[in-house]
Design a protein. Structure first.
Length: 141
């Protein structure tokens, strides 16, 4: 380690021990870890049949991996858009400025849970998540 690098403390978190907050898209968020200036890790959750609000991010981008449940993710960037199936093991990127919306399968017996890395860390401002038009009617909030 160079003398210019600042050491950050080790962190450990358990999704069952953190306080749940509501994301601007309406999903439940379990905030886990933050590396100053680099990124944050959280788990997002939608109950069966729940649909998020469509949003885009002003300053952050995300990497997702589905850890439980099933559903769909819609993404639009510029002139291209796609909808992909979300099942455990699926990983997806949400590049900066991408409009996106996700939903959990109605007939699922488990919530849709997604582990997500946000880069840089979520800023916590009211202007970060911008409302967008998505393909589905939101049910969350």
């Amino acid at each position: 380690m160079s003398s210019q690098q600042v050491q950050q403390p080790f962190q450990t978190a358990d999704v069952d021990d953190v306080q749940v907050v509501r994301a601007p898209d309406g999903s439940a968020v379990f905030p886990l870890l933050v590396l100053d200036g680099q990124g944050s890790l959280a788990v997002f959750e939608l109950a069966p049949g729940q649909v998020s609000h469509a949003v885009s991010h002003a300053t952050v981008q995300e990497l997702w991996q589905v850890v439980e449940g099933a559903g769909e993710l819609w993404r639009r960037q510029g002139g291209r858009e796609e909808t992909v199936r979300l099942v455990p093991g699926t990983a997806a990127s949400i590049p900066l400025g991408t409009a996106f919306q996700f939903r959990a399968d109605e007939d699922a017996d488990r919530p849709l849970r997604i582990a997500a890395v946000t880069m840089p860390p979520w800023p916590g401002t009211d202007t970060e998540a911008r409302p967008e038009e998505g393909p589905w009617k939101p049910t969350s909030r």
